[in-house]
Design a protein around this ligand. Structure first.
Ligand code: ATP
Ligand code: MN
Length: 146
C-alpha cells in the first residue's frame, strides 16, 4: 500500500515521537522513509546580507543534525532512509515533495514554535492537511488540545 513515507521535521525533539509512528507504518510496508527539513526562508528574508548568511548557516546545521538523527533510527530498523534539505516556505515544500515522492505523510501537531497552548494545530501541519492530496497522519505531541 505504501512504498514511500514522508516525515517532515523542523528539528524539534518531538520528532522522535512522531518517528515512532512513522517507523511502525514504514516497517509494516517495508517503505522508504524520506526525511525532509525545510530551511524556512521567512526566517532570513528581512535580514541584512550578513545576518542572512548566519541564519541560513545555523538552519543548515540544524537540518543536518535533525535529518542525520532520524536517518540512524530508520536504518537501525533495517529500512531505507532518504534525507533531504530544501529552502522555502515549509508547508509548500512539504506538499510539493509529498506530491512527487511520497504516498503518505506523518507529522506532529506542533513543532518548534510550540504554540500548543493557543492553537490545536501548528500552521505548517494545518496547511499540509488542507492542501496535500496525500493521507496525512498527525501525531498529537505535547499537551492535548483543549
Ligand atoms: P507555527 O509554526 O504555526 O508557529 P509550530 O511550529 O508549533 O507552530 P508547525 O510549524 O505546524 O507548528 O509544526 C508542525 C510540524 O510541521 C512539525 O512537527 C514538522 O513535522 C513540520 N514542520 C514545521 N516546520 C518545518 C520545516 N521547516 N521543515 C520541515 N517540516 C516542518
Ligand atoms: Mn513551525
Amino acid at each position: 500500500m505504501y512504498t514511500d513515507l514522508l516525515l517532515p521535521t523542523d528539528g524539534s525533539p518531538e520528532t522522535a515521537e512522531v518517528l515512532d509512528h512513522a517507523l511502525a507504518i514504514a516497517g509494516a510496508h517495508d517503505a522508504t522513509v524520506h526525511v525532509l527539513y525545510v530551511v524556512d526562508r521567512r526566517h532570513h528574508m528581512a535580514a541584512t546580507e550578513e545576518t542572512k548568511a548566519e541564519i541560513r548557516e545555523s538552519l543548515e546545521e540544524e537540518a543536518e543534525r535533525a535529518t542525520a538523527e532520524a536517518r540512524s533510527r530508520i536504518e537501525a530498523e533495517g529500512l531505507t532512509a532518504v534525507t533531504v534539505e530544501r529552502e522555502g516556505v515549509p508547508h509548500r515544500e512539504i506538499v510539493a515533495y509529498a506530491d512527487e515522492h511520497a504516498d503518505i505523510v506523518v507529522m506532529g501537531t506542533h513543532g518548534k514554535t510550540g504554540r500548543e497552548q493557543l492553537v490545536s494545530l501548528g500552521s505548517t501541519t494545518e496547511r499540509v492537511v488542507e492542501r496535500s492530496d496525500r493521507p496525512v497522519l498527525v501525531v498529537d505531541i505535547g499537551d492535548a488540545s483543549p
